[in-house]
Design a protein around this ligand. Structure first.
Ligand SMILES: [Zn+2]
Length: 450
């Protein structure tokens, strides 16, 4: 039984929650049902919502009226997949240069005041695009859905080690969630703190749950293994904000034997896709809030198994709508999930274009270099491969001492085999490869222009 928060005098059970809490609960009740809609039924509802948004934008936005007209839509006409795909893709550069044109001055008053930044609290994802109180309610509902999907005990203590936050203790898991649930406390540490101090902090705080960035978690686990540190209170680990290092799940099983869940989120949209509660390596797109398309280089939809560009459309943001926005990530479209949820599936978040290896002749592919294969040749704490030219790679390693000449040669030969090319490989050694504050760690970066 979930710990509903009652606010009415004299009522202990069943709870009568506050009005904001009841609104969130009403949304969660619908999300519980909508997750089981078939993909076809879900798409019908998404287009019903987009019809309303299109009618509104025709009246209020020169920017989108022009785009909708060019795609063949006019008021009164039903949006369908064909018209939708004729809408031009919205580039990041256009959003940056035309931000003022994308903001709608007279969004419905009922949607609340415009909000520049997330107010969803320490566990929420900050949203950099302009939203409003309603879009933040949807963001909070998706954060709460993730707690329910992962079957978290809401009375537990939640710890977050992340960038862009002040280290502090919160009385609850978040303002909106605590409007309908009685939650335990949350405690937050900025991820710029040294990894040994992070481990000491976790031991002292003894949280039930830990949310952090994947590469930070990997560093924590490696250090915990060296120091034989265990955090017996921990029930689950969760990650967000970066691609998962290839060996992370194995490392968790080996060092702390805990379940883990990953979130695909962004600063513009909050939670985009959440890990399936039944099939942990599958991501479910949050289709009640966003329409997510995976398209190939020509703009055609990708079939299951194919990797393509991620386009995202907001269904409810009438303040700064983003329609068919190319976020810059690549993801692999997935087949329907065996759990039975109709929410669309992403099999993998592949990364950004700069994370693709460039080969001669203009070809690019997603590099794969399993850490355990490299680890069997050379021990390392962290690795990053930077492509400086089509045939020149730099391998950056964090370890105690440089590799011997012979090991460097064996590793170079293995990397050429794994990356399917002939490369001149040079090595550099660093104390740490942690990204600058707020940045994402990438284990492969190509500096070769298209
Ligand atoms: Zn599933």
């Amino acid at each position: 039984m979930l710990p509903f928060r009652t606010t009415m005098a004299g009522i202990a059970w069943p709870a009568i929650v506050s009005t904001p809490g009841a609104t969130l609960l009403a949304l969660l009740f619908q999300l519980e049902q909508s997750q089981w809609l078939s993909p076809v039924e879900l798409a019908v509802r998404q287009f019903q919502q987009l019809d309303v948004l299109a009618e509104f934008l025709w009246q209020t936005s020169d920017f989108y009226r022009e785009r909708l007209a060019a795609a063949g839509w006019s008021p009164g006409r039903r949006l369908d997949a064909a018209i939708w795909r004729a809408l031009p893709i919205l580039k990041r550069a256009t959003v940056q240069s035309s931000r003022a044109q994308l903001i709608v001055e007279n969004a419905p008053k009922a949607h609340g005041r415009p909000l520049e930044f997330s107010t969803t609290g320490s566990l929420g994802m900050p949203v950099q695009g302009l939203g409003n109180e309603l879009t933040h309610l949807f963001a909070s509902a998706l954060i709460a859905r993730n707690h329910l999907w992962q079957r978290r005990d809401l009375s537990g203590k939640f710890a977050a080690i992340r960038s862009k936050v002040e280290s502090r203790v919160h009385a609850d898991w978040g303002r909106v969630e605590s409007a309908c649930f009685v939650t335990g406390p949350a405690t937050v540490l900025n991820s710029s703190v040294d990894v040994d101090r992070q481990l000491d902090w976790l031991q002292a705080e003894a949280p039930d749950y830990l949310l952090t960035h994947p590469v930070n978690l990997r560093c924590l686990l490696i250090r915990a293994r060296e120091r034989a540190v265990r955090i017996p209170s921990l029930k689950e680990l969760s990650t967000f904000g970066e691609m998962l290092p290839v060996d992370l799940r194995t490392l968790i099983r080996e060092v702390w034997q805990l379940p883990m869940s990953d979130i695909y989120s962004s600063e513009e949209f909050g939670n985009i896709a959440l890990q399936c509660p039944e099939y942990p390596e599958t991501y479910h797109v949050q289709g009640e809030n966003l329409l997510v398309e995976i398209v190939d280089e020509k703009g055609a939809p990708c079939a299951a198994g194919e990797i393509g560009r991620v386009l995202i459309s907001t269904l409810h943001n009438f303040t700064m709508p983003l329609l068919r926005y190319e976020i810059g990530d690549y993801a692999q479209a997935g087949a329907p999930c065996a759990c039975g949820r109709g929410l669309p599936v992403l099999a993998r978040i592949a990364g950004r274009r700069r994370n693709m290896l460039r080969l001669s002749g203009g070809h690019r592919h997603w590099p794969s270099f399993p850490y355990e294969v490299i680890q069997s040749i050379a021990d390392f704490r962290q690795i990053q491969i930077v492509q400086h030219d089509v045939d020149v790679l730099e391998v950056r390693l964090v370890r105690a001492a440089p590799l011997s000449r012979e090991t460097e040669q064996v590793l170079a030969a293995k990397l050429c085999e794994l990356l399917h090319g002939k490369f001149s490989i040079r090595y550099s050694y660093a104390e740490s490869l942690m990204p600058a504050s707020g940045g994402k760690f990438e284990d492969f970066v190509s500096l070769v222009a298209d």
